[in-house]
Design a protein around this ligand. Structure first.
Ligand code: C2E
Ligand code: MG
Ligand code: MG
Length: 747
């Protein structure tokens, strides 16, 4: 009833002011009209006065004389000013504050004007009209114009304050209640819900990958998406129960009843709506269950639950449980102590050597971070890397690791040891937090180190998050001369796709290949095929997690260029590397001058595959066969079979009754049957380079067609590597080549 009365009163008040307004408008118009008439009358009268003076004239002495026309206009003006004065003074009496002052000033100026016009009519030769105008103008300026300006300023300020107040209550983008107002509303509604027997639930939503969405489509499109999401929430929950806390964070207060069903519906509609580009929804749920937690705490707990599924690429939800608080505290510790840890040297860098399979020497080292905390002890990366990554501050640690690596390279050089390339791990969040490519490049340049001394490891999993962007950054690294390694290759689902679309210098096979090594033939076949593929693509390979001799030998034989694992060494601190060196326990470093030679030799693919297909009646068989191939090293009068495939070893054993070993031995120790032409050809190529096809016929009539090419020469030792491939073998009485391929398998 009181609201009804209020409305009636407001309407009446409005009607009253409306009538006043109309009156005023009429009066304004009338005055304006009279003003125009006087003005026009003056102009016309002046024109007529030129021919027929009735306003004024000048006598022979040049003295001015007013005529009746002049008196008529003055009288008209006196009337007009008097009317204005009466009107303004009446309005002034009825108004308040500024308006009263303004109308009073107008009234006074009008009286003054009327008075001066009258004086002018009495003393036509004095400039009294002009004096009156001056005086009135001063009064109007001081009391009317300034006053109006001030009032306008006040109105603007008031409006601004109103909109700020409104902004505090409602989110301007989505129209949902803002955070503070939502807390107020939820507090009230929770009480009502509990009284009516309901169980309150707090939800915290965000959209995964909103940042990339904004980057890709722009902020306007991002805002549109947020509004769309807000509308979707409002379809399922009351608008006053939803809130946008800022960016892509939304909170909802609701009843637990059929909550999961509702969430599934929301996810379904959201996923159907977009074209697969829109970010997934993640929701954390906190059930109040009579605990009556503070509303902001309840929302915070829902957010904590959401944090546990932050990495989910699909729409998902998660309930809060108490253990999450402990984990959140743990995460909080690392994020808030990172700067201190870096400053106070709690971050230690350990180095794990990477061994060249064919030389057994350390050809690279990987830098791995450790957190040596004064309170919590010595912690592995798994404890802090994911947390720092999630918080977006891992780049600080990664750049600190790089600083340490640079320092290490300088120290190694000072000790007169070979400086082998170092690899560092970088993560997806590094690319978002800073221009990591530029940061790394600047640091290496400041240290005066060549870029090829630093390899950058990116894990295969990060590529899936935004392929084009990562590809572009990888290209930037490579263009600057930093080799890019793909870490943990084979741990994801898209490894092969990624390889075909992106250029990397090396793939690091994930540790799980070694863990499955003993599971039977299958894992070895997969490894062999992966190695063939990488070789064919011209990409180097490292296998991680090598723990046993048998694994090492297998990998070396299938052509894996580099090996890393506990079989050689665990990651160790720098002091230990130097210590091992001094006590002669360290595996020797590869001489960087030999790196080119070893790279060339390792890259030779001994598993050249020719796929033969043939129709056999109704069945379709596929065979794959390996040409016997090997790498031979020559140094002075010595020779060794450096690398070879199984087919070659079998071929040499069967044809020459000779066991291919990996030892440097004099030519004389080669079997006689291998003959002079073979040795001569090797020596010629060693000197002249190039490639040669040659046939060699044995006394028993067997002709062997081979192909030999010089690959590289090691300037340090004077060793030359040549690759040999046996193309065919013919018997004396047959034109048909004997089958040379021993390892023939049907697939
Ligand atoms: P990762 O880059 O794949 O590093 C290889 C991990 O395997 C290392 O664990 C290493 O100690 C371990 N490892 C090496 N050989 C063997 C073996 O023979 N057997 C077994 N069981 N493990 C072996 P770590 O040091 O705990 O590092 C774990 C992961 O943490 C690393 O995986 C890397 O992804 C990340 N990480 C380490 N340091 C950093 C860093 O400074 N920055 C970034 N962004 N990530 C880092
Ligand atoms: Mg790594
Ligand atoms: Mg790895």
């Amino acid at each position: 009833a009181s609201r009804g009365l209020g409305d009636v009163y407001k309407r009446q008040a409005h009607d009253g002011t409306g009538r006043q307004q109309n009156c005023r408008n009429l009066f304004h118009k009338l005055l304006g009209f009279i003003g125009w008439i006087i003005f026009l009358f003056q102009v016309i009268a002046m024109a007529i006065n030129l021919f027929q003076p009735f306003l004024f004239f000048f006598d022979e002495n040049g003295v001015y004389h007013a005529l009746f026309g002049r008196y008529i206009t003055l009288v008209l003006q006196i009337i007009m000013y008097t009317m204005t004065a009466i009107y303004a003074l009446v309005v002034s009496c009825r108004s308040k504050n500024g308006k009263r002052v303004r109308h009073f000033a107008i009234g006074l100026s009008s009286i003054a004007m009327a008075f001066f016009v009258w004086l002018q009519s009495v003393y036509p030769l004095l400039p009294l009209y002009a004096l009156g105008c001056l005086l009135a103008a001063c009064v109007m300026h001081s009391f009317v114009l300034e006053n109006e300006k001030e009032e306008y300023r006040d109105t603007l300020e008031q409006r601004l304050q109103d909109s700020i107040l409104k902004g505090n209550y409602y989110d301007l983008l989505t129209g949902m209640p803002g955070m503070t107002y939502f807390f107020e509303l939820a507090e009230k509604q929770r009480k009502e819900m509990i009284q009516s027997g309901g169980r309150p639930a707090f939800l915290f939503f965000d959209l995964s990958g909103m940042k990339f969405y904004n980057q890709k489509f722009g902020f306007a499109e991002g805002d549109r998406l947020l509004r769309e999401f807000a509308q979707l929430l409002c379809q399922f929950f009351k608008k006053d129960h939803c809130s946008r806390f800022g960016s892509d964070h939304f909170a909802v207060f609701t009843e637990e009843n059929r909550l999961e069903e509702t969430l599934h519906k929301i996810f379904e509609i959201w996923d159907e709506k977009g074209d697969g580009e829109q970010p997934a929804i993640r929701a954390g749920i906190y059930l109040d269950a009579g605990k009556n937690a503070d509303i902001s705490t309840a929302c915070d707990r829902a957010k904590t639950a959401r944090d546990t599924i932050r990495k989910s690429y699909f729409s998902d939800y998660c309930y809060f449980d108490e253990t999450m608080l402990e984990r959140a505290e743990h995460a909080q510790y690392f994020t808030s102590h990172l700067d201190r840890a870096i400053e106070e040297g709690w971050i230690e860098v350990y180095y794990q050597p990477i061994i060249r399979a064919i030389s057994g020497r350390v050809c690279d080292e990987e830098a791995l971070a450790r957190w040596n905390d004064p309170k919590r002890g010595f912690l592995p990366p798994a404890d802090f890397i994911p947390i720092l990554e999630e918080a977006g501050i891992l780049y600080k640690l990664d750049l600190h690791v790089l600083d340490q690596v640079i320092e290490k390279m300088h120290k190694t050089e000072e000790k007169g040891l070979h400086v082998v390339p170092q690899s560092i791990n970088i993560s997806r969040s590094d690319f978002d937090a800073c221009d990591i490519v530029q940061e790394i490049c600047d640091r290496m340049d400041r240290a005066g180190l060549p870029h090829n001394l630093l390899s950058v490891e990116i894990t295969e999993s990060i590529i899936g998050t935004n392929f084009d962007f990562i590809k572009e950054q990888t290209e930037r690294f490579r263009a600057l001369g930093f080799p890019v390694w793909m870490d943990d290759f084979g741990s994801g689902y898209s490894s092969l796709d990624v390889l075909s679309d992106m250029n990397v210098d090396l793939i690091k096979l994930d540790m799980r290949f070694m863990q499955k090594f003993d599971n039977g033939e299958k894992s070895r076949i997969i490894l062999t095929e992966l190695m063939k593929m990488a070789n064919a693509l011209g990409i180097d390979t490292i296998c991680e997690g090598v723990e046993r001799k048998e694994q090492m030998e297998f990998l070396r034989d299938i052509g894996c260029a580099k090996l890393q694992g506990y079989y050689f060494t665990k990651p160790v601190p720098l002091s230990e590397i130097f210590d091992r060196y001094e006590t002669g326990r360290q595996i020797g470093f590869e001489n960087p001058m030999q790196t080119g030679y070893y790279d060339a030799v390792s890259r030779i693919n001994l598993y050249d595959v020719s796929i033969l297909t043939h129709d056999d009646a109704n069945t379709f068989h596929r065979f794959f066969s390996t040409i016997p191939m090997g790498i031979i090293e020559l140094r002075g009068n010595k020779v060794r079979f450096f690398r070879s495939n199984q087919a070659y070893r079998d071929f040499v054993k069967r044809t020459f009754h000779f066991e291919v070993g990996n030892r440097m031995s004099p030519f004389e120790e080669l079997p006689e049957l291998m003959g002079g032409i073979f040795i001569e050809t090797l020596k010629r190529l060693e000197k002249e380079g190039g490639r040669i096809f040659f046939d060699e016929t044995r006394p028993d009539g067997l002709t062997i067609h081979s192909f030999i090419r010089r690959i590289a020469t090691d300037e340090v030792t004077g060793t030359t590597a040549l690759v040999i491939a046996v193309v065919s073998v013919m018997s004396k009485d047959s034109d048909i080549p004997l089958q040379i391929v021993e390892t023939e398998r049907s697939s």
